[in-house]
Design a protein around this ligand. Structure first.
Ligand SMILES: [Zn+2]
Length: 300
């Protein structure tokens, strides 16, 4: 038989379990100050997490971050200058509720579209940069996303600059029908012209990079990097499993799996990305700008 007071909470200091209870009880912290890590289930202070570039200090889980946070992590302070920041999508084909969805996406992300483009420098190396925004309809690619990325590659080609692109996307934006699918060909054309001019393009695939974005500019880079454990694929694992009626291997479509299979060149943790990208930019910079950089470094 169970003791009668098994579930009784000790209330005064004379009861034997009181001290143990007060010592082990978790402090009463408001929920918005804490975030539970999906990787290791640890409760983390939100402030600690943001100081650590939104990477779990315990298990290294990379939390999703918005485009502006990423720009501030990667670029030199104050160097980012936005291009085509005013372009916005319209409900061209009259898709039901799309206007409302666009408005919500704007409120959720404080961005006008699902990609932010511009020029910046990384450890002093100039480049064009596009960063997709997960909080705007999960970075889905509509006409404006395609147009902004195309214009960025055209700008980079004209000024002889390398392009660095951070992708995060659920794929083409179904609310724009065939017009969004067309962006795959349009962006690919611009990437090809940039490549034909002998210029460097580095893609960094973040969680998740799927659908029409994977099937176009995300996979067309000279060097393809990824964040740890990012989901990278065309169709999702559940769809594939249902189609082929086979169990998929562990870690399927994760960044590490894609490195093993040759889709991705390297997995680079967020804390090392800036240095890694700067090194790649320096390797591929024209000889005269490398000389200038060396002279500047010597002068300091
Ligand atoms: Zn964790």
């Amino acid at each position: 038989m169970l003791p009668k007071d098994l579930f009784k909470k000790p209330m005064n200091t004379l009861e034997s379990a009181y001290e143990k209870l007060t010592k082990t009880a978790a402090p009463d912290v408001p929920s918005e100050m804490c975030t539970s890590c999906p990787g290791c289930r640890a409760m983390l202070f939100t402030s600690d997490l943001s100081e650590n570039d939104n990477v779990c200090p315990k298990c290294g889980h990379h939390f999703r971050i918005n485009a502006r946070q990423r720009i501030s992590i990667i670029t030199d302070e104050g160097s980012f200058e936005e291009l085509d920041g005013d372009l916005r999508s319209k409900n061209v084909i009259g898709f039901p509720n799309y206007d409302k969805k666009l408005k919500h996406a704007y409120l959720d992300s404080a961005e006008k579209e699902a990609v932010v483009c511009g020029t910046a420098s990384i450890d002093g190396w100039p480049c064009c940069l596009f960063v997709m925004e997960p909080y705007f309809m999960m970075g889905s690619m509509g006409t404006i996303v395609g147009e902004k990325i195309t214009r960025l590659f055209e700008y980079a080609t004209e000024y002889g600059l390398p392009v660095i692109g951070f992708t995060v996307s659920g794929g083409a934006r179904m609310q724009e029908g065939i017009l969004s699918l067309m962006q795959m060909a349009k962006t690919s054309g611009a990437v090809k012209r940039h490549s034909d001019a002998g210029l460097l393009y580095i893609a960094v695939l973040t969680d998740p990079t799927t659908g029409g974005v994977t099937a176009s500019f995300a996979m067309e880079a000279d060097i393809t990097l990824a964040e740890p454990k990012a989901l990278i694929g065309f169709a999702g694992p559940r769809v594939i499993e249902q189609t082929i009626r086979q169990k998929l291997p562990a870690g399927f479509q994760r960044a590490e799996f894609q490195v093993e299979k040759g889709f991705v060149d390297e997995v680079v943790p967020r804390s090392e990305q800036k240095e890694y990208l700067a090194r790649l930019l320096s390797f591929h910079a024209p000889a005269e700008s490398r000389k200038e950089q060396r002279e500047e470094a010597d002068a300091e």
